[in-house]
Design a protein. Structure first.
Length: 267
């Protein structure tokens, strides 16, 4: 596991965008060999999306040959709803870049057969030879996508009933009215996420500090589903200083020293 510690969420966004742009440009995607990218929603990736839009406008990256798969979507609210993840992704990224509409894949929470929707989503990922780079955020309870505590670490894309804590937490996006919050979602599974050839997790803010501690210093556990990153051959965490507040000092210094040595080519 590689951990990059930045000053604040803005620096995190720049770092993640830089990493993605370098990966895509080195890959040299074409129509016949597209770069497949997994994307999250929520507050974690917003600074990254802003930087990607800026760099796209500068001509540093094109999304014409990038295919995207989003992690999750609520069940039962229209795609046009301001809190749907369809709306979020178009408002925060897709409307501002040159990605073809046919290259965007977001789970349909209003599909007539939700189980079939999940199965077909997995088939689409497999058909395109898997995800090259998966970006993800993390919940304060250590969950990724809607894989809340207790989710199987080998889970696949599926229908997920949301916990009361998640519903209560998300009510702030629904005028603090808990009755308006969807109680189910479609989500990639932990196994689906970990199948990506590379996984990069964005963690910012003091409210994520305990989760980061459990993911980095704790054991692999279905109660902290992102802890599965410990088993990935190419797992990266990009976090800000506030998120490291519960890590041991030795842990922080260890990962900082690794990056300093790499940056300075000391060996």
């Amino acid at each position: 596991m590689r951990i990059l510690i930045k000053k604040d969420k803005e620096e995190v966004g720049i770092c993640v965008a830089d990493y993605l742009i370098n990966k895509v440009n080195a890959f040299k995607p074409t129509k016949l060999k597209p770069f497949v990218l997994g994307l999250p929603t929520g507050s974690s990736p917003i600074s990254t999306y802003k930087e990607l839009i800026r760099r796209h406008q500068l001509g540093d990256i094109s999304f014409k040959n990038i295919i995207t798969f989003n992690m999750d979507e609520y069940v039962g609210i229209p795609k046009s709803h301001p809190q749907s993840y369809h709306y979020f992704m178009h408002d925060n990224l897709f409307n501002h870049i040159d990605i073809p509409k046919k290259n965007i894949h977001i789970l349909n929470g209003n599909a007539p057969d939700l189980e079939k929707e999940c199965i077909e989503f997995e088939k689409k990922i497999s058909k395109i030879r898997g995800i090259e780079l998966m970006l993800g955020g993390i919940g304060a309870d250590g969950h990724i996508a809607f894989n809340e505590p207790g989710s199987s670490l080998s889970s696949r894309t599926r229908i997920k009933s949301l916990s009361y804590n998640t519903i209560l937490d998300n009510s702030r996006f629904f005028d603090d009215n808990i009755s308006r919050v969807p109680t189910k979602a479609l989500t990639m599974g932990v196994g689906t996420v970990m199948d990506a050839r590379e996984v990069l997790i964005i963690i910012t803010g003091f409210n994520k500090a305990r989760a980061l501690r459990e993911v980095v210093e704790g054991s692999i556990s279905h109660m902290w589903t992102v802890s599965m990153l410990q088993m990935h051959q190419k797992g990266i965490i990009v976090c800000d200083k506030m998120a490291t507040m519960e890590l041991k000092v030795e842990t922080v210094k260890y990962f900082q020293n690794i990056e300093n040595i790499a940056a300075n080519n000391m060996f």
